[in-house]
Design a protein around this ligand. Structure first.
Ligand code: SF4
Length: 243
């Protein structure tokens, strides 16, 4: 659900130290960013929904389309005007409200548990404090919530605050692996951390959105269109010895 939004400003940069490089392949990261830019342009970032809304929406988006998740989110907030009401409603009623998002019996208790955990820790449902934290510390805070993994946490923090994190979904993972931005057979969970060393500060949003777009339009799971891909000259899927 992350790539379809069209924000309009550059995310703030954070003081993390990153190399922005792949060991043994000088200039590769800059080449890939530029090659994707030539195909898809530079996506612009602007702060989106309140972070707790983004968290709930991101949980709803797991294993379903953006459209279904949005529909489920709209039904949820229509039926329960406050997050406190969602947190303390009967779980079946929450599941009924989000049925259009699929896997409602799993997502409803997950959302309620997340909301209760946030309230227990913070006394409200405001996650704004995360925006002032170091990116990895903020991600660590969120993944302590049951049902919130590194991808969900990174989506919330990148989209809401511009924190320099890389949500690694199936498209990002496939494209990074094929090009050789991460070592072969790197698990997605590990790729979340490796990507932070690969891409330079300030480039995470652009890289994330363009990698997803590339995975959807060009570097598809079956039959990637390597013949018209601007990344091909340095892609290890095309040439295992590519520089
Ligand atoms: S050259 Fe082929 S495998 Fe490599 S990134 Fe492009 S489409 Fe994907």
């Amino acid at each position: 659900m992350t790539a379809e939004r069209t924000p309009q400003a550059q995310p703030p940069t954070r003081p993390e130290t990153r190399r922005g490089a792949v060991p043994g392949r000088p200039g590769l990261v800059e080449f890939v960013l530029e090659a994707l830019r030539a195909l898809y342009g530079v996506p612009e970032w602007t702060p989106g929904r309140p972070p707790v809304d983004e968290l709930v929406l991101t949980i709803l988006s797991q294993h379903t389309s953006d459209a279904n998740a949005e529909r489920a989110f709209d039904r949820l907030v229509e039926r329960f005007p406050t997050w406190d009401e969602v947190a303390h409603a009967a779980t079946d009623e929450v599941a009924d409200a989000i049925a259009s998002g699929g896997l409602a019996q799993q997502k409803a208790p997950r959302i309620q548990a997340a909301l209760r955990r946030i309230h227990d820790e913070r006394g409200d449902y405001d996650l704004g404090f995360l925006g002032a934290m170091d990116a990895r510390d903020a991600r660590d805070w969120l993944v302590r919530i049951d049902g919130v993994g590194p991808k969900t946490a990174s989506v919330v923090l990148l989209f809401c605050f511009g924190l320099q994190l890389m949500p690694v979904d199936t498209h990002v993972h496939r494209v990074m692996s094929r090009i050789g931005l991460v070592p072969p057979a790197t698990p997605a969970d590990r790729a979340h951390d490796l990507a932070l060393d690969v891409f330079p500060i300030g480039a995470m949003y652009e890289a994330h959105v363009n990698l997803i777009t590339h995975g959807r339009r060009t570097c598809t799971a079956r039959n990637p269109a390597c013949g018209r891909c601007t990344v091909a000259p340095r892609c290890r899927h095309v040439d295992p010895a590519a520089p």
